[in-house]
Design a binder for this molecule. Structure first.
Ligand code: SF4
Length: 715
């Protein structure tokens, strides 16, 4: 690689990095405030009294505390809440766009039912009756186990109500979108035993070795990590970024290591091998806590010498040795995994190899290390009442046969496998790998019910839409996650009356349960979701409702931790990318861009307007390739080209970039939405999920796709 810091800045990305790491994005906030007033569909407030309401942003797993400025009762501006433990006054550009989401042209304004290829408005009673009758029929036919639900996450009382509704009905088919959090949970369970969530005490670490984690691109809890990274130099902490392209995080790092995509686990094992061989590991910790260490040391010594790993990864042996020494000699080194924003799952082999580094230096449950946090346990639910139909159906095997969403939708394509699907805050027809096949599978499901606030790709396939309130209209508890080393529960609360004929999904489920036959209603004794939330959060409610959040002190979990090194030896099968090199000589990798939402959330018009011309120009998506790759494929900067993978093909434009490894093609995630009623975001770019994935991880069953073989030719 020829790119150094100076030539990188010359490539014009420095300014983008600067904006991204500024936690209090005042300029952007003002821009958003002004722009929001200028969108044709956003009402301009009259003059009036200015007031402020606190709430929690639920647009991503960061769950930041925010303050909403209102004029005459109408929200006009979002700012970060300075006393909130997660974001401490910061807010990202998606958070400041929350007002646009309120008035978004894609919003669903009333319950809808499908009639042929269109939707017609119906009353809430009609909509709920339709859903209750259909689900009751499915139950009566003995197929309650063929009802499935997909949500954005598993934590909190709204996902809890969905799981409860499914259980009372007789189904254990509740799925949440795959994220790095799940892979970390499985990795920690395999290595340490017992279920826990990973917390990363980056703030107190003096050496962060990141295997693709986009600390500036919005990894984990985005604002928290922007701020931690911004103070890195003052704290004397080093960041080493392993990534095949010069992302903003790599450019901001002290050291950037360009490793071949998909070889991160090998690199981590090579570094671990050096630490063990040179006796730089924490022998007291390893002796007291570990089993299988000698066996692991032998495998690393035999198969992962710096020279062998250099061949696999493309990283020089001397650099591997240097990083290993620097990491092990730091006082609080931490190694982290989860590519980009961490909104996708990864391979357990890779996460285990990375976490091995934390284990051998003994930085588990210590200041500046990885914390094994017990699951949030504030939700106190009464037992679910299950009638005979529910009890019999609940015992049936899950629908996915692989423990994953990928398996669920593969099976959904089979006749009568899923009879009904409930979708809440998830957009699998866009956000899952091989999105085209997922959409075809969803089309085959006889009855699809969406609780979405907006008309996204999956909701377009629904038979009935029970529209939910949008952020700023909705009450909901928001437990922290995404790697935050502190258990914080926030309360997202309404700061404005609902603009349209929508409901809180919690209230919708309570009403639906009461309309169902059998004992289902008995499991939902609350008059309203608010009453349910207050009852279920129990002791926490007073603090939540008074302060807007409840936070535990950020201290490492007590007690010892065991380490099963033999698991790392056992989980050695790499997750191979799809495609043959002879047919597809390049590797396409997805890239998270801090300005583009890539999960179930659709980018706001404001956020899309801020995306660089090097990523999206008009409606054309640009892929990054090295000039060497361009020469080999007879392409020049700006050319229209066709990118083909084993999964599909698309027309793109070429962006030449010295900061990407030859042979690699990088494409932004989150573009290519098909949204007929949203000209600001719809029809712009290409959805990378039409071109790649999924690859089911052999250990976790989650989608571990990180790239796919590809070829590129002039259009
Ligand atoms: S980081 Fe996430 S939770 Fe925080 S303001 Fe941005 S979108 Fe909202």
């Amino acid at each position: 690689m020829k790119v150094d810091r100076r030539s990188f800045l010359g490539l014009g990305l420095g300014a983008a990095a600067g904006v991204a790491v500024t936690p209090a994005t005042w300029k952007l906030m003002d821009d958003s405030s002004i722009w929001t007033q200028n969108w044709p569909w956003t009402p301009v407030p009259p003059a009036g009294e200015a007031t402020y309401d606190n709430t929690v942003c639920s647009l991503c797993p960061g769950n930041c505390g925010i303050m909403v400025r209102k004029i005459d009762g109408r929200p006009v501006k979002i700012e970060g809440r300075s006393d909130y433990p997660v974001n401490a006054g910061g807010v990202c550009l998606h958070g400041i766009s929350a007002i646009q989401y309120l008035y978004d042209p894609s919003r669903i304004k009333a319950p809808l039912k499908r009639e042929n290829d269109t939707f017609v408005e119906i009353t809430w009673d009609e909509a709920l009756d339709m859903v209750a009758e259909r689900l009751t029929e499915i139950r009566a036919s003995g197929s309650a186990d063929k009802i499935a639900c997909v949500t954005d996450q598993t934590k909190g009382t709204i996902p809890g109500l969905f799981a409860r509704f499914l259980k009372a009905t007789g189904s254990n088919n509740v799925y949440a979108m795959d994220t790095m959090e799940k892979t970390w949970e499985i990795t920690l369970e395999k290595i340490h035993g017992g279920r826990s969530s990973a917390g990363f005490d980056l703030e107190n670490s003096d050496f962060v070795l990141s295997f693709g984690a986009g600390l500036i691109e919005g990894w984990g809890s985005p604002v928290k990590n922007f701020k931690i990274n911004s103070s890195r130099k003052e704290r004397g902490s080093t960041l080493v970024q392993v990534e095949p392209r010069l992302s903003n995080t790599a450019a901001n790092a002290d050291v950037w290591i360009a490793a071949k995509p998909g070889t991160e686990a090998d690199l981590a094992l090579g570094i671990a091998g050096v630490i063990i061989k040179e006796s730089l590991f924490n022998s007291a910790f390893v002796t007291a806590s570990g089993k299988g260490f000698q066996e692991l040391a032998a495998v690393l010594g035999k198969n992962y010498s710096p020279e062998a790993v250099a061949q696999t990864t493309g990283v020089k042996a001397a650099k591997i040795i240097e990083i290993a020494r620097d990491f092990a000699r730091s006082s609080a080194p931490i190694a982290i995994a989860g590519r980009g924003r961490g909104m996708s799952a990864g391979s357990v082999r890779e996460f285990s190899a990375v976490h091995l580094l934390n284990c051998i230096v003994g930085n588990i449950n210590t200041k500046g290390g990885v914390w094994t946090l017990a699951a949030q346990d504030y939700e106190k639910w009464p037992a679910v009442e299950m009638d005979d139909l529910a009890t019999a159906a609940f015992e049936q095997a899950p629908l996915d046969s692989a423990g994953s969403m990928a398996g669920l939708f593969t099976n959904a394509g089979k006749e009568k496998n899923i009879e009904a699907l409930l979708i809440h805050q998830a957009n699998p027809c866009f956000a899952l790998g091989d999105a085209g096949s997922v959409t075809e599978a969803v089309k085959k499901i006889p009855f699809v019910v969406s609780f979405s606030s907006v008309m996204d790709e999956t909701t377009q396939e629904a038979d009935v839409i029970l529209p939910g309130h949008m952020l700023l209209e909705r009450l909901e508890d928001r437990p922290s996650g995404a790697g935050v080393a502190q258990r914080v529960t926030g309360l997202s609360r309404p700061v404005i009356e609902p603009l349209f004929n929508t409901k809180n999904p919690g209230d919708t489920l309570l009403e639906l349960a009461r309309k169902m036959e059998g004992t289902i209603g008995a499991s939902f004794p609350w008059e309203s979701y608010e009453e349910c939330l207050e009852a279920v959060t129990g002791d926490l409610w007073a603090e939540l409702s008074d302060q807007g959040y409840a936070a535990e002190t950020a201290t490492p979990p007590g007690g010892g931790v065991k380490v099963d090194f033999s698991f790392i030896v056992k989980s050695q099968a790499p997750v191979e990318m799809e495609g043959e090199a002879k047919d597809f000589p390049l590797v396409l990798v997805p890239v998270d861009n801090v300005r583009i939402s890539a999960g179930s959330l659709i980018s706001s018009p404001f956020a899309i307007k801020t995306v660089s011309d090097n990523v999206l120009k008009g409606k054309d998506l640009l892929v990054e390739i090295n000039p060497e790759t361009a020469r080999a494929n007879k392409l020049s900067h700006g050319d229209l080209a066709v990118i083909e993978t084993p999964k599909g093909k698309a027309t793109v434009r070429v962006n030449l970039f010295e900061g990407i490894m030859p042979g690699v093609v990088a494409m932004a995630k989150g573009l290519g939405h098909v949204l007929d009623n949203n000209k600001y975001v719809g029809g712009k770019g290409v959805n990378i999920n039409e071109l790649m994935g999924p690859i089911v991880d052999p250990v976790s069953g989650l989608d571990a796709a990180w790239g796919i073989r590809a070829r590129l030719s002039r259009a």
